[in-house]
Design a protein around this ligand. Sequence first.
Ligand SMILES: *Cc1c(COP(=O)(O)O)cnc(C)c1O
Length: 357
Amino acid sequence: MAPYLPGKPIEEVQRQLGLEDVVKLASNENAFGPSPLALEAMRSAATTGNFYPDATAYELRKALAERLGLPEEQITLGAGSDELIHLLSLAMLEREDNVIAADPSFPRYVAGATLAQAEVRLVPLDDDERLDLSAIAAAIDDKTKIVWLANPNNPTGTAFDKRAFQDFRKRIPESALIVLDEAYYEFASGPDYPDAAEYLKSGIPIVGLRTFSKAYGLAGLRVGYGFGPKEIIAAIERIRSPFNINSLAQAAALAALGDEEHLRNTLELSRRGVAELTKAFTDWGAKVAESKANFVWADLGRPAAAACGELLQKGLIVRSGAGFGRPNCIRVSTGTPQQNERFTAALKETLKELAPL
Ligand SMILES: *Cc1c(COP(=O)(O)O)cnc(C)c1O
């Protein structure tokens, strides 16, 4: 099994390169920090850190149930949606089964299936770096148990709309569970967005995954949630570790959910950031995928490793596409306006000797 390659932590780059001012634009985190309400809630929750957390995460689950319009028994929490990908794979898959995932997409789908000793069928993205829903549908057979659809997709940021999803859904047998990974839901939702919770409420057996790591700015706290048919949620509840969401994380997530202003600012700034980063890459001649998330995916048309290395020397951590099997690509998360400006200036400097191929 290939080890997961996380974005480099800021402290590591500071240590290794002797740099002080390092900016991380590599893991699609919220550059504006956690909500002040979440910080306050964590301070207060810290005083009861001697007690085990509430194993049911009662308050948080209740708030999510209200928000989603779903009963609490259809919601489960994970230490990041990452844990839920893992648990869902272990709960659903047996040896002869297979799962379908796009390539490149979020690497944890493959890891989950590998751990469960199931087969993974990877379906390449189309020429616009979008999930090829019709090729995905064609790859499904009677041993397919999970179809993983990240919408928007990571690392490309591209999203499919309601109509494309309706057409797709009609082609999927009931034996295959569709999982919509909506890690970037807050950035992408709108009238055309195929919202997993809406399908579930209309009786369609589908699983949705969301997280507090991206728009809510709590990646370090590790809270994600999933919703789906109650039998599937019950299976995950049975195999999860009882205290998977610690008490600070529960308090922070609950408070963050109530901070609409923080969310609004985040979305606004991220939209601006996507436009600025997209422009910086396209001005040079790179091909940038249409992003509905808080990051951009640029194809330089030539190996990007040297550019990533040079950006790192300038104190900017970005994600090389190499880890996704796409060495010509770079993924850059949106930062604060100042960070975006610093990045675009550094990118210009880095690429000025190079011509797009
Ligand atoms: C970031 C991300 C996740 C996982 O986030 P957690 O921090 O584990 O909640 C899941 N899916 C996609 C597509 C992501 O980009």
